[in-house]
Design a protein around this ligand. Sequence first.
Ligand code: A2P
Length: 276
Amino acid sequence: MLKETFLLSNGVHIPKVGFGTWQVPNGDIAYQAVKDALEVGYIHIDTAYVYENEISVGQAIKDSKSDRKDLFITSKLPSHIKDYQETETYFHESLKRLEMDYMDLFLIHAPWPWSNIGQDCKVGNAEAWKKMIELYQSKKIRSIGVSNFNVDDLKDLIKRTGFIPHVNQIAFFAGHYQKQKETIAFCKENNILVEAYSPLAIGHALKTPLVLTLAEKYHKTPAQILIRYTLEHGTLPLPKSTKKARMIENADLDFTLDQKDVEALDVLSEDPRRFG
Ligand code: A2P
């Protein structure tokens, strides 16, 4: 599974399961997690400037002696950067921290600063996006996209720039489908690959009764049911763990869920107290 790929609209192959590093602290923990993930066979690593772990992620990659071209590395523009010139500065800073000379995927981290969710930054997003298009065209980035964008955000960005993102990375897990289904459908119609971050709802979905029942039915673990669920929707999961045994478990996904079980998971309602 770790070597299988989705095809992006620009012809770039992206490994079907990525290793997420959100909330994994820089230093020994991020270094060891990425080192273990690479040993397990993950070749797609997702980080971000604001995770503050790019240095350790880059160091672990470097020490692994992996061939750079065999890996798929994503980072993200900080959510408060909504400016053409600063986009270039921050992109180069991420590259520097990772000790790399190109990025496989670079994303606008959110349509608004995390400190002011919902703020109208449409003009600024288009400015950042124009710089990202240039960096993509100059081959510094192999594919570009956005994160946490809803349908309105996507439509506006496309209208202002004429360039459709290759990827939209969003929070997606069993229990969150009702909230995300319009975005997922719009992305599908426009050939934008959806990446699912927090496919386990940061661990909170693991004890959901339906997930436990399905784990028994399929002789799989709850984490495998949840990650497989995101794949059944054609989305690319980015599970994260600091434990090697779980990294192996989270990549063992060679089974399929029956459509009726996918539909049952679709209508699970999320308890907001458990996520957010
Ligand atoms: P840990 O790092 O201790 O393994 P998500 O990917 O949805 O954000 O979830 C990440 C959380 O889920 C982390 O707290 C991680 O903890 C935990 N986790 C990851 N994989 C598994 C697994 N296979 N079984 C149980 N918990 C897991």
